[in-house]
Ligand binder design. Structure first.
Ligand SMILES: [Zn+2]
Length: 478
């Protein structure tokens, strides 16, 4: 069976001549090319080559862009060509932290990878990955937590740091004036070892400040023109009292422009209770005792025995909270010096009306016709009050009449000694109602206005003499 389509043609059983074979091949070619044209073959080959080339290019590209998405925990943090790059960065971060903080670092998360493809320009830089890890990781480090009344307040790297600061807080209160018997915290204070996020670790200065003030930073306000603590309190919706308390160094009445006003009352988180024995001296007041003397006027009083304070020495147990006394118990009281009572003597005798009161009244009614002072080149030693003849003249104050009668230019004159350094004179009288030696009371009529002596019309010439020297009567009467 000769199948023309059969590719592997068999040798004929008949011995064939060479040209016979050639003919057969030619025939075959003829038949073959009829079915598969040369063009078609060529196109097929080209297609194979193109597909091959495309596949190769793709394959080369696939291998070349092979990369890894880097995850820290479940968060994508970048793309790297080699996993080792990311692992190296993580190691470097751990090493840095260990060196800086001298502590073992416990990471909250680890790195993982996912296959991906990326061109060179979309790869993450070492720095990007580093920062990304740093921002997302929390380091749990071994530290020490301060518990105040079972509440976690602060943490430090070492127990020694914590203990040092606690002692530092206590120290100023241990230097009281007395004999400190005891110093402890009012609060329940404990230190515990714990794994803590790194950012919670405080250095000693931060811890000290924090425990002292209860805040990491105290906000302030800079005083501007026209501001006072009252207006500032209003701005921040605070009590003025709190502001004053927060600024004990400032005088609320005298704020200066540019002054820094603290807006928070620093409140210590720890209360140091100290109990000390204090010895101190205390003044003891004296009593005032009164004795009565019937020979003395009611208005008189004299100190017979001067009083003097006594002194006690006291031993007390004083309890202070952060230096402020909260309790005091007196243990012993020793008298060093007894107080001496003061003895005062008071009079009981009624004061007679003729005793000077110390204040003068205007001796008559009228108008001032001549004042005290130089007049026509001569000294006028009194005050002239013009009034019609016969008008009453009254004693300016209580006293004793030391002169009553005629005396040169004065005409009829009355002179009263008030017994307190003062004397008064009443001149030009038309009549005199008293005599020498009489005791007169303030306001008693002693004479009448007249025109006797050197006088140019009825008037009273009134003089005031203090310890022998003439005074201006206008300074005493009105
Ligand atoms: Zn006169």
């Amino acid at each position: 069976m000769d199948d023309p389509n059969h590719m592997g043609f068999r040798e004929s059983t008949l011995p064939l001549k060479n040209d016979g074979v050639l003919k057969k091949v030619k025939d075959f070619k003829k038949r073959f090319s009829r079915k598969y044209s040369f063009k078609k073959i060529l196109m097929g080959l080209m297609l194979v080559v193109i597909v091959g080339l495309l596949f190769t290019t793709y394959k080369i590209n696939e291998v070349r862009t092979r990369a890894f998405l880097v995850y820290f925990g479940d968060q994508e943090i970048g793309i790297v060509r080699e996993q080792q790059e990311a692992l190296n960065i993580l190691d470097e971060i751990k090493r840095d932290l260990t060196n800086t903080y001298d502590i073992d670092v416990v990471l909250n998360d680890d790195i993982s990878f996912k296959d991906t493809h990326a061109k060179d320009d979309s790869l993450s830089s070492v720095n990007e990955i580093k920062e990304s890890i740093k921002s997302k990781m929390t380091f749990l480090v071994t530290g020490y937590v301060l518990l105040i009344d079972n509440e976690e307040i602060a943490a430090t790297k070492t127990k020694k740091d914590m203990e040092e600061i606690i002692e530092k807080i206590k120290k100023p209160y241990l230097e009281g004036e007395g004999n400190i018997k005891e110093a402890k915290f009012v609060e329940n204070v404990k230190i515990e070892k714990k794994n803590i996020p790194l950012n919670k670790i405080m250095n000693k200065d931060e811890l000290y400040k924090y425990l002292q003030t209860g805040a990491e930073e105290i906000k302030t306000h800079i005083v501007e023109v026209g501001e006072s603590l009252w207006t500032i309190a209003k701005i921040y919706d605070m009590n003025v009292e709190d502001l004053i308390e927060a600024n004990p160094d400032k005088n609320p009445e005298k704020l200066q422009i540019g002054d820094e006003v603290k807006l928070l009352v620093p409140k210590s988180m720890l209360t140091v209770a100290t109990v000390e024995e204090v010895k101190y001296k205390e003044k003891v007041d004296y009593e005032v005792k009164v004795e009565y003397d019937k020979k003395m006027y009611k208005t008189e009083k004299k100190v017979k025995v001067e009083g003097s304070e006594g002194e006690n020495e006291i031993l007390a147990k004083v309890t202070k909270h952060n230096g402020v006394v909260v309790d005091k118990e007196i243990l012993n009281e020793n008298i060093i010096k007894e107080p001496i009572d003061e003895l005062v003597v008071k009079g009981t005798k009624e004061v007679p009306r003729t005793i000077a009161t110390g204040a003068f009244l205007m001796p008559t009614r009228g108008s001032v016709s001549s004042r005290y002072g130089m007049r026509n080149g001569r000294m006028h030693k009194g005050l002239d009050i013009a009034a019609s003849t016969g008008t009453s003249i009254k004693a300016a104050d209580g006293g004793k009449v030391v002169f009553a009668g005629r005396k040169g230019a004065y005409g009829n004159l009355v002179e009263i000694d008030h017994g307190n350094g003062y004397k008064t004179r009443y001149g030009h009288c038309s009549a005199i109602n008293v005599k020498r030696g009489d005791k007169v009371y303030k306001g008693q009529v002693i004479a009448k206005v007249g025109n006797t002596g050197r006088s140019t019309g009825p008037h009273l010439h009134f003089e005031v003499i203090k310890n022998g020297g003439n005074q201006n009567p206008a300074s005493y009467v009105r």
